[in-house]
Every structure is written in C-alpha cells, then in structure tokens.
Ligand binder design. Structure first.
Ligand code: PMP
Length: 427
C-alpha cells in the first residue's frame, strides 16, 4: 500500500493498510522483545559519569568554613553547593537550601505543611476548605499524584510552546480563589519540552490570585540542555517581587539527573518569608541534611562551569537518542500522517500525539509485543486524557540500539491502533 494519511484513505485502502500493519505487528510479537520506554531514568553510561562519587570525598570532612560535616548542623546545606546552583536556578544563595536527595519529597512536604499550617500571606491552613491546583497538561504524573493523595482537585490547563496558556490561567484564577497552587516545569517541561517565555513568566507572577497562591516552580531540567540553543534562566523571584507578589514562586530542583537519582541533592529556593517558613517547618523534621553527600558533589562538580561541563557529557550521550526518536517517527509515522511529536531542546522526554482515541490501544498493543510504554493518560490528572491521544516517550534509559528497536515496534503498534480506530469509526 502506498503511504498517505490514513484518515484520507478510502475504506478498501484503509483495510489493506490495516492488514499490512497487522502482519507487521504479528512479526513484531514473534520477536519476543522485552524493552522499556517508560520512566525517565539516566542510562548506566550516564551514571558512570559520576562514579567519582563512589570514593569522594576521599577522607575529607570539612567545608570551606571549617564546619565538621560529619556532625549535626548546617541545616541550610553546604554554602559551596548552593553557590554552584544559585546562578542556574536564579536564586540568591541566602535563600537557596540544599537538602536531601529528592525534590519530589520537598514538594510533597511543602504541600503537607501548607495543608496543616497555611503559608505566609494566607489566613488559614489550606486544609480548612476544599482547594485546587492548576495542572498544565500534558504534565508530570508524580505532581498529580501528590494532589490526588491529599484530595486537592486538579484543574487541567492547556500548554503552548511557550508555557501554560495564560488566558486560561487568568480566567480560572479570577473565577476561583480556592486555587492555591499551580504546577510549573518552566524549562524543558516534562513531557513536552516546552520552555516558558519571559512573557508567560511575567503573567504567572502578576495575575490576580489568592494571597496564599503558590507557583510550584519545578526546575528539574534547568541545566539539561540537548542543543546549543540553551534556555536562558529566568529570574522568577525577581519578576514576582517586581509584580508585588514576592512570595508566589517556590523553586525546586535536584541533581537527580546530574549525578545519581538515588543519591543526589535537592534544592528549594524562595522569598525570605517562604524560606523562613520552610526552615521553621524543617526544624521539627531534621537536625541537618547529609552534608557529606553534598561535599562529594562539590568535589565532583567543583563550580558552575564544572557543572556545565558535566552536563555536556550527558548531552553527548542523550542527543543521539533524541535524534533517533525524531528519525524513527519521521520515517514510520509521517508518511501515514500518524503522529505529531515535540523536538525538545533539553530535558528527558518527547511528547507524542497520535490519532484521537488511539493512544491507549497503541500502548496496549506495544505492551503485548513486549515494549513497555508509559500508560496513555498518565500525563493528565486522574490518568484521564480526554482525547486519548498523548503518549510520553522516555528515550534516555535504553542503549541506542534497543531504543531504536523499541521505537520501531511502538510505531508498528501505533499504525495498527490508528487503522483499527479509523475503521471502527466508519463501521
Ligand atoms: N520533577 C520533574 C519534572 C521530574 O521529571 C522528575 C523526575 N522524573 C522529578 C521532579 C523528580 O525529582 P527528584 O528525583 O529530585 O525527586
């Protein structure tokens, strides 16, 4: 069958295409693959870049000020490490804390503290009445899980190439002061790769909203560039202060995808009032973070330019994988008009939209052929993609050869699912 957009084929041609896709799919199943495109994990080769962490800090146990890092104390984290990330995150060192290994834990704990105690500028704990969060979609499923766990209603907001749709955000905020938070991945967003423009950031910090409304500014991919066109850091704290809402942004980040996801360092940065609030909460939780791990990170990465050099090594490993995604989709899906996907300039994911109504079926077919793909819908609150179209591709973990095989197989599954979906609509 000569390729042309599936939706344009007459029914006999579509049936012939379906039969061809079905035969290809049967062959795929016979290959008995076990491949995984699900979670955005660094590959073993990337983890190897940080293996000096396994012997650092080589018997040292003091920071630059002479503090004995083996002991309690230093609740704010190592100043040298905070300094190293201060520029990329655009947070002054005095308002940037370096804590445990997971930024997700910091976001989770912030929400729990806000539910129990309220936040600066609020007049009651968030839990004193039903509240909601804005969720740009497609987005990060673990953000949604936190809200779902604590009964915080999620309101989806469409995302454009330059960030969340500001008009939608403005009208939601104006109509509903039970909206207390918004999830934001401002740089190389998970999963679309969108980078928020300065215009969008200015709008988000200045739109009228409840005084205890917070932007959960999850800058997980601030330094994770894949091309020379690097996203310039935007100083969201300064813009918020300028707009008269200094307490609105809460900035989170970590070294999970810089060094080791299992043994990195997480950061939180914000206004003086928010950081005071955070430290007060933390004082009931911990007598200080793992400062030896922080010292290891300082010795490994050294400073901001050492960090940038280290990220270039990740890029050298990752860029060919993202190129493979684009090439395979272009070769296999484009001739049939069978998908639209993002070409991120950084981060860990590609967002693929297939024919409406075909995503769940495509993921299921791929799974039955031994290719694990993130469940369709995972990128939407409550796992519900109303169009059943979005699939998140995580290309970082498998070696390049396996990745290509998995992508080819996924395309076979997508084509069959789309042909079936179109035929079902015509019958
Ligand atoms: N935020 C985003 C947007 C992510 O994609 C991830 C990892 N998949 C995390 C947070 C998790 O961060 P951490 O390892 O610091 O908990």
């Amino acid at each position: 069958t000569a390729a042309s957009p599936l939706a344009d084929l007459d029914t006999p041609a579509l049936l012939a295409a379906r039969d061809a896709f079905s035969a290809a799919y049967d062959e795929l199943k016979e290959a008995r693959l076990t491949l995984d495109l699900t979670r955005g994990k660094p590959s073993a080769e990337q983890l190897d870049l940080s293996n000096d962490l396994l012997h650092l800090p080589d018997g040292e146990h003091r920071d630059a000020s002479g503090l004995d890092l083996r002991n309690y104390g230093g609740a704010e984290g190592l100043p040298e490490l905070r300094e190293m990330f201060s520029d990329a995150l655009r947070v002054p060192v005095s308002r940037l804390l370096a804590l445990g290994n997971s930024s997700l834990t910091l976001m989770h704990d912030t929400i729990v503290q806000a539910l129990l105690h309220g936040v600066p500028g609020g007049d009651a704990p968030w839990s004193s009445r039903p509240i909601s969060f804005l969720a740009p979609v497609p987005g990060y499923d673990r953000h949604f899980t936190i809200c779902e766990r604590y009964g915080i209603r999620l309101i989806p907001v469409p995302t454009n190439d330059d960030g969340p749709d500001v008009e939608a955000v403005a009208s939601l905020l104006a109509a509903d002061d039970s909206i207390k938070g918004m999830w934001c991945v401002p740089v190389y967003s998970n999963p679309t790769g969108a980078v928020y423009s300065e215009e969008v950031v200015r709008a988000l910090v200045s739109l009228p909203a409840a005084p205890d409304f917070r932007l959960f500014w999850d800058n997980a991919y601030a330094v994770h560039h894949l091309t020379d066109e690097r996203a310039e850091p935007i100083d969201v704290l300064a813009l918020a202060a300028e707009a008269g809402n200094p307490d609105r942004p809460l900035i989170f980040a970590s070294t999970s995808k810089v060094t080791y996801p299992g043994a990195g360092v997480a950061f939180v940065g914000a206004s003086e009032a928010n950081i005071g609030w955070y430290k007060h909460n933390l004082s009931a939780q911990s007598i200080g973070p793992d400062k030896i791990n922080q010292l290891r990170h300082v010795r490994l990465l050294e400073d901001a330019s050492g960090l940038a050099e280290h990220m270039e090594k990740h890029r050298a490993i990752l860029a060919p994988k993202f190129d493979a995604v684009d090439r395979v989709f272009r070769e296999r899906l484009t001739p049939w008009g069978a998908g639209a996907w993002t070409a991120p300039k950084g981060g860990y994911f590609v967002s693929l939209d297939v024919l409406e109504g075909a995503a769940a079926r495509a993921v299921q077919l791929a799974k039955e052929a031994g290719i694990a793909v993130t469940p369709a819908g995972a990128t939407f609150p409550y796992g519900d993609d109303p169009r059943d179209a979005n699939i998140r591709i995580a290309p970082t973990f498998p070696p390049l050869g396996e990745l290509t095989t998995a992508l080819e197989g996924l395309c076979t599954a997508i084509l069959l699912a789309e042909a079936e979906t179109l035929l079902a609509a015509r019958s």
